[in-house]
Design a protein around this ligand. Sequence first.
Ligand SMILES: [Zn+2]
Length: 254
Amino acid sequence: MPTFTCPKCGSELAVKPGTQMAKCSFCGTISYIDRSSALFFYILPFDMDEGMVKSIFKRWTANPAHPKDMEGLAKITSVKKEYFPVFKFRRTVDGKEQVVVKPARGTLLPGMRNLIIPPGDMQIFDNKVSTAGAEVLHPDLGVDSYLSELPGDAIDQSVVYFPIYEISYTYKNREYAVVIDGISGNISATEEPTESSAKYGGVLALSFILGALGVVLGFFVMPIFFLLIVAGFLVGKILGHMVVKRKKVEGVQA
Ligand SMILES: [Zn+2]
C-alpha cells in the first residue's frame, strides 16, 4: 500500500484499505485519497438562507415560461440543505490558468455539471469547520475518472463541498424538483411545467371530451353525433400540432 502525507502538515496518514477519506491525527485535516495523492478538502460557506431560496423559487414559478397558475398552485414539499462534492481541477491551458469543475459524486440532480466556484472564501474542511446544519454528501467518484478528458496540464486538484438547496414541490398532483445554488442563487431543473405543455394537455382533454360525447350521444341519441368522434380527433390533430409548433418557435427564440 502506498503511503500518503497530509496536504496541510505533512504528517503520514494512516489510510484503511478501501477508504477514500483520511483524517490527519495531528492537525485534524480531512483529505481525499486518490491513487496518486492526498487531496485537500475545501468547503464553501452558504450565502443563501432558506428564506432567500424560497423567494427565488417563488419568483421562478411566476416566470412567463411557466403556466399562469403555477405560482399559486406549486407547493414546496421539502427543502434540503446539502453540501455536494465536486472536484476542482486547476490546469494550465495554452499558458493560462483554467479551472474545471466536475461532480465528485454520481447524481441525477440538475445543475451539478455547471457549478461555478467563486474566487475566495474557500475554507479547509477540517474538524473545526461548520457545515451550517447541511447534510454533507461524500464523493463516490475518483479523480482518475476525469483525468483523460481534462484540457492542458495539472496545477493541482481538490475536493470542494459546494452548498446547494434541493427543493421538491408538487404542481397539479405531480412531483418536481429543482436545485438552487447556495452561493449564486441560480436555479436548475430537470423537468418543469411549461406553458405549452399545459396548453397541449388542454387540447388533449378537449379532444377526449368530444370523442367521449360522440360515443355517448351517437349511441343513445342519434347516430349523427358519432361525427363528434371525428371532430375530437381533428381537434387533437390540428390544435395539438399548432401548440407543438408554437412550442418549437418559442424554443428557437429562447
Ligand atoms: Zn495534518
